[in-house]
Design a protein around this ligand. Structure first.
Ligand SMILES: Nc1nc2c(ncn2[C@@H]2O[C@H](COP(=O)(O)OP(=O)(O)OP(=O)(O)O)[C@@H](O)[C@H]2O)c(=O)[nH]1
Length: 446
């Protein structure tokens, strides 16, 4: 059983007990007190009946006791028993408390009998001992000549005693029947209260289970799940609260996701920008040293693989420090940018042009032999020589020295090729600048 279901059961049980227990207590208390009262009345009635039977016998036995007529007394005793089946026994005792007649079973009193009636209650019987006083037989002796009372019947010596024992088994049966009835009604009340409690509990636990399930699903990441109005019933406000909370959580999650997306996009853009900047020189728009190195490596491999020529031109602006010093750094930058532009327009589109750093540039010329490379270098040199850069009222003129090298079988990598072009450039500088110098396969030429 899952935890939600177990919790639902627990709540249902508590509600059930909350409704059933008071009902049970009410039935028990009311039933017990009613039965007690009823049984008390019934046992009083039985007691009175036993006393009445004894009193009837007292009246009837007076003469026979007076006359000590045992046969008459025996008839009386047997007659009472025959008439009333609930009379268990009748005993008639004389004034000396000795037995004169007996019918059925009667335990006789052990102690000397007193004047008044005695009622004793056994588990299944009531025993009444009644005193027989002379009332009619000796009546004449009770009044004087003027009719004044000399003595009352109770004040003179008794003629004898009547003992009657009445069966109260029926009373006990009635008592048991009532208790059975009470238990039965108690159970019926419990079942009824249970059924009602179940309905009441269900009206709370079903919406609770529904809301718990929705909360669990939201917890598992199902964003769009909400409570159903027909199922949240008495807990409508709680359900609406959960819905509102889920809505707020979803919205804040969406906002968060949006922010994460934006931050990721910004990071990606920054990364791309950084990569672009790492590959493209911001001043001239040409490839950087890093981009050149990658391309040169691939080109050298390709040229060796297909036996194609590969030319490399290395450029260095002449006396560039003087330009900076004379016109300022901004003009120096403008010269660099212009030179980059001139390289792009003068050389071919397939040529890989890069700024290695400072005023040093390089161009890789695929499928280009020495003559072609030299011609290209010369074109650049001549174009730069003709260039007049106007910047903030200044007209700047400058020249460039070029070192030319072509890939030889000994150049195992681009660095070897570049080193030879650099040596050629150095030679061009040495020879007076504004020159193109060509490197030989083993070293620079003049
Ligand atoms: N304006 C500007 N100047 C730069 C840049 N990069 C390097 N330089 C300058 O370029 C100058 C290079 O000077 P040098 O290496 O002495 O060479 P040079 O003056 O051209 O002399 P030679 O090459 O021998 O003809 C230095 O003054 C650097 O500060 C840049 O991006 N912008």
């Amino acid at each position: 059983m899952n935890p939600e279901r177990r919790q639902q059961r627990r709540i249902a049980w508590r509600l059930w007990w909350a409704a059933a227990l008071p009902a049970l207590l009410v039935v028990l208390v009311l039933g017990t007190s009613l039965i007690d009262r009823y049984l008390h009345d019934v046992s009083q009635a039985w007691r009175q009946r036993a006393v009445a039977t004894a009193q009837q016998l007292v009246a009837a036995a007076e003469f026979a006791l007076f006359a000590d007529n045992r046969a008459a007394l025996q008839r009386l005793a047997s007659g009472v028993r025959e008439r009333d089946p609930q009379v268990l026994g009748v005993a008639l005792l004389g004034a000396d408390q000795r037995l004169r007649a007996l019918a059925g079973e009667v335990p006789l009193p052990e102690r000397a009998l007193e004047q008044g009636d005695q009622v004793s209650v056994e588990s299944n019987a009531i025993r009444v001992v009644a005193v027989v006083h002379p009332r009619i037989a000796a009546g004449d002796d009770w009044f004087d000549a003027e009719g004044a009372i000399l003595a009352r019947p109770s004040e003179v010596a008794p003629l004898g005693y009547v003992v009657v024992r009445l069966d109260t088994g029926a009373l006990q049966r009635q008592r048991r029947a009532f208790w059975g009835w009470l238990v039965l009604w108690g159970l019926a009340a419990l079942v009824l209260a249970g059924a009602l409690a179940y309905r009441i509990a269900a009206s709370v636990t079903h919406p609770l289970a529904h809301i718990s399930e929705v909360v669990a699903r939201i917890g598992r990441g199902e964003k769009m799940v909400r409570t159903v109005p027909s199922q949240r019933r008495v807990l409508a406000e709680l359900g609406q609260g959960i819905d509102a909370m889920a809505e707020a959580v979803e919205q804040s999650q969406q906002r968060l996701e949006q922010r994460v997306r934006e931050a990721t996009d910004a990071l990606r853009a920054q990364k791309e920008q950084a990569e672009r900047m790492a590959r493209i020189d911001s001043l001239t728009g040409l490839a950087t040293r890093r981009a050149f190195v990658e391309a040169a490596h691939a080109e050298v491999l390709r040229a060796h693989r297909f036996g194609e020529p590969l030319g490399l031109l290395m450029f260095d602006l002449d006396h560039f420090k003087a330009i900076n010093d004379t016109y300022g750094h901004a003009v120096g930058d403008a010269v660099l940018a212009q030179f980059g532009h001139d390289l792009v327009t003068t050389l071919r589109g397939v040529d890989m042009i890069a700024r290695l750093g400072g005023e040093e540039f390089v161009a890789l010329l695929p499928r280009c032999g020495l003559d072609e490379a030299h011609a290209a270098a010369e074109r650049v040199r001549a174009a730069v020589e003709q260039r007049q850069l106007k910047h903030h009222g200044h007209t700047v003129r400058y020249t460039v020295s070029v070192g030319v090298a072509t890939l030889s079988a000994q150049d195992t990598d681009w660095e070897a090729l570049l080193a030879r072009a650099d040596q050629a450039l150095y030679a061009a500088k040495r020879q007076g600048r504004n020159q193109v110098a060509v490197a030989s396969a083993s070293g620079p030429a003049g």
